[in-house]
Design a protein around this ligand. Sequence first.
Ligand code: TMO
Length: 333
Amino acid sequence: MRKLFTVLFAFVMVLSACGGDSDTASGGDDDSGDGEAAGPTAEDADRAVTIPTHNWSSQLVSAEVVGRVLQDAGYEVEYVPSDSQAVYAAMCEGDVDLVHEVWEGAFGVAFQEQVDAGCVIDAHTHDAVTREEWWYPTYMEEQCPGLPDWEALNDCSELFATAETGDSGRFLGGPVDWLKGDEERVEGLGMNFEVVNAGQAATLWSELDAAVANEEPIVLFNWTPNFVEAVYEGKFIEFPEFEEECRTDPAWGINPDLTHDCGNPANGYLKTGVGQHFIDEMPGAYAIVERVDLTNEALAAMAALVDVDGLEVEAAADQWMADNEAVWQSWLG
Ligand code: TMO
């Protein structure tokens, strides 16, 4: 019975592939006949795969790597610089095909909204386990006993005060499109801190470097996997443990009147999301994208090639691909 179904299904697939949907004409219907290699199939639309680029190093390098793997298989690729929150609505609308670094802490809410709407598909959970949180260099533990506990940090808030923040401590947050709920957290937990957002990721790293050189107080946004752990010693602040309700239900947690009285997920996911339109229009390309798997080691290495070794994104992708040929070859299937 199962065999019969398989045969019938295959027959229907052949019929529909031959049906020649004119708006999904083949881009790479090669007639070499061997038909084994991954690559554009008769069902793939003749257009470029659109990949968004964002404002942190591992994403830029991995976007380049994913694009080159698709190109290697015969697809065209187009990069679309995108806001890292708005990209999920853009993917729902069909303006980009995939987001291959969906970090739970920053983008879980925006991503899930589109998954719930049915236009974005949760295509893969990467091997990487992620954390995005307030972070300090280890020498702060001498100046501020009790770290990494958040209440200990709050008791030391004056240490972090600057002319800009007056009597409040200064927390250096990431660019505003990495929505972390930092201001809401400060309010929800009643902390004596002011959030100052960096314009770009590079500002985080240059301020960290300058503070470490003189062992000056700093608490800033950081994440893992990243290059930072290989270069600086430090820890994440331990806030009350994350639960989904913390973001939505004021009654949850130690503050009965406000949300965000907790940290970000300590063992967050990293996912690949794709537009349903992409699966429909480019099944061959989707089959490759679905196999892309990023590990903590891969992301940290990609970030380090740019932020430690100073390579341009394209050169970093060259290097990572040369060092990890078996990994990306396996994505080709
Ligand atoms: C999404 N990010 C890794 C910058 O937190």
